[in-house]
Ligand binder design. Structure first.
Ligand code: ZN
Length: 246
């Protein structure tokens, strides 16, 4: 992972060039948390991309930076980005914050300044019509993803995602992943309910609040970082390509 200052410098510069408004959500012991919005009109529901909520998963923030710098988000008329919500965790390379909280279980209680500020920022914008969330898994051997879909299902898209990722990562073959049954190898079709009722992840909060579609991509931490980043970029580009082209 590049240093936080370098990361934010590059992200903010590219975002500014592409018409995003930036906002400092909160100041942490590891520096500010920035979020970015390009929402031209209140009626235009954004696509929202999220990464860096777990500090030991650097591939997501790097992939989101690459997606932005490469222009992959330029075709989205309305877009929200929160690339690195957990700088204290990134600095310490821990899943949790420096205070020991898993931010991605805090969206019901909202006990942390990071999540409170994040939710307040989301609520200042039209609610996303799609979430793409980039994570990593320390236990899996292959790539897999969660889909929450309260609308029309598109099985073809699932295959396209695995095809796009195939040059870098195999799909996870385990029959149960992270205690979830798979619908097909590597694909967890998740209902819009938290596995633990009091511990809401970001994706569940988004879904329960009216975001009808989300993809949470998971790359295996055991393979080389460049491959994890490339896989995230490929998976996100696949979903975005279908979205922009639809
Ligand atoms: Zn994660």
């Amino acid at each position: 992972m590049i240093g936080l200052e370098e990361y934010w410098r590059r992200f903010r510069e590219a975002a500014r060039d592409q018409g995003f408004a930036e906002e400092c959500l909160v100041a942490t012991d590891a520096g500010p948390v920035w979020a970015f919005a390009r929402v031209p009109s209140l009626g235009e529901r954004p696509v929202y991309l999220s990464s860096g909520i777990h500090g030991d998963e650097p591939a997501g923030p790097l992939a989101l930076l690459e997606l932005l710098e490469s222009g992959a988000l330029a075709g989205l008329p309305s877009c929200l980005l929160c690339p690195l919500l957990n700088p204290t965790g990134i600095l310490a390379a821990t899943r949790e914050t420096a205070r020991g909280v898993d931010l991605n279980r805090d969206y019901l209680q909202r006990s942390t300044p990071e999540v409170r500020a994040h939710v307040a920022w989301l609520e200042r914008h039209p609610w996303p019509e799609m979430l793409i969330s980039l994570h990593e898994d320390w236990e899996s051997a292959g790539f897999y993803f969660y889909e929450i879909n309260l609308g029309r299902e598109e099985p073809v898209r699932v295959e396209r995602i695995f095809e796009a990722v195939a040059p870098w990562l195999e799909r996870e073959r385990a029959e149960r992943i992270d205690d979830h049954e798979v619908r097909e190898p590597g694909w967890i079709f998740h209902r819009a309910e938290a596995d633990l009722p009091d511990s809401w992840p970001e994706a569940i909060f988004l879904a329960k609040s009216g975001c009808p579609l989300s993809f949470t991509f998971e790359t295996p931490s055991s393979v080389a970082l460049e491959r994890r980043v490339a896989a995230h970029v490929a998976a996100a580009r696949t979903v975005l390509g279908g979205w922009i082209g639809a």
